[in-house]
Each structure stands twice: as C-alpha cells, then as structure tokens.
Design a binder for this molecule. Structure first.
Ligand code: GDP
Length: 138
C-alpha cells in the first residue's frame, strides 16, 4: 500500500549542487513527489524538528548545520516508502554506507550527510506535519 515519508536534501548537498542528482536517485527508485519546497530554516526550527536528539552531544552543531543554508523539504510516496528511502539513503556515517546509496555518493561526514529520511511511521507523521500544511499535501 502506498505510504508517505518525509525527506530533506540537507544544506551540504544543496551547497555542493547535488540537489538535482539526489532527486534523480529518488525518482529512479520509484518515489512520487507529493510536495517539495526549498527553504532556509532557523536554528529554532531545526531544534524543534530534532527535539528527540536534544540530549545528544552533537545537537547544537546539528541544528546550526541545518540552518547554515537552504535545504529542500519533501514528502515522498510509494509502497514501503519509509524503509525503502532508508535503504536508498545508506548508513548515517557515509564511511559505513553501502555502494550505490545516496550517502555513499554525496555525503561528506557523519553530520553533513546529504539527506534525511523518516525512520518510522510515527516520526514520518510528525515530520510531515511539522513542515507541511494540509493544503500543501493534496
Ligand atoms: P539518521 O536517521 O541516519 O539521519 O541519523 P540519526 O537520527 O541518528 O541522527 C540525525 C542526524 O544527526 C544525522 O543524520 C546526522 O546529520 C547527525 N548525527 C548523527 N550522529 C552524529 C554524530 O555522532 N556526530 C555529529 N556531528 N552528527 C551526528
């Protein structure tokens, strides 16, 4: 059954000019784009988004990075979208990412790792609702 997930082309990848190439990988893997917008978010917006990580030592660096330049927010749809996007992304640390994954191809470091993808149904629902209004998802 078609499922929705939430994804971000992170500021490092946008800065390096990889947005089109990453969208091409997503398209080739069979995802439909439900909604997409380019935005330069604030540190406060990043802190709200990553609130589950607020006790982690890298939280402040991560939020500053996410607010360091424009990023691309998107809602994607396909059968098994959440797990399939996680597979397409590869491991958080690009040093451990499998050949052919987006992070293997485009990520520079464990923090500046090119792409975000929701890790479960509940997080996908929270993340879609955090960045997109209902009328943007018709
Ligand atoms: P993801 O689901 O693969 O994105 O990974 P997590 O949910 O564990 O972490 C969220 C984001 O925080 C990652 O995508 C990285 O950008 C960043 N991150 C994770 N672990 C580290 C770390 O050990 N150091 C730093 N600097 N950033 C990290």
């Amino acid at each position: 059954m078609a499922q929705r997930t939430f994804s971000i082309v992170k500021p490092d990848a946008v800065r390096k000019g990889y947005t089109g190439a990453i969208l091409a990988e997503i398209d080739k893997a069979g995802f439909q784009i439900v909604s997409l917008k380019k935005q330069h978010i604030s540190v406060a917006q990043a802190q709200g988004f990553y609130a589950v990580h607020k006790e982690r030592p890298f939280f402040n660096d991560l939020c500053a990075f996410m607010a360091s330049g424009p990023l691309v927010l998107m809602v994607l749809e396909k059968d098994n979208a959440i797990l399939d996007l996680r597979k397409l992304m590869g491991a958080t640390n690009p040093a451990n990412a499998e050949e052919g994954t987006i992070r293997k191809k485009f990520a520079g470091s464990i923090q500046e790792n090119a792409i975000h993808g929701s890790d479960a149904e509940e997080t996908a629902a929270f993340e879609i609702g955090y960045w997109f209004a209902g009328y943007e998802l018709l």
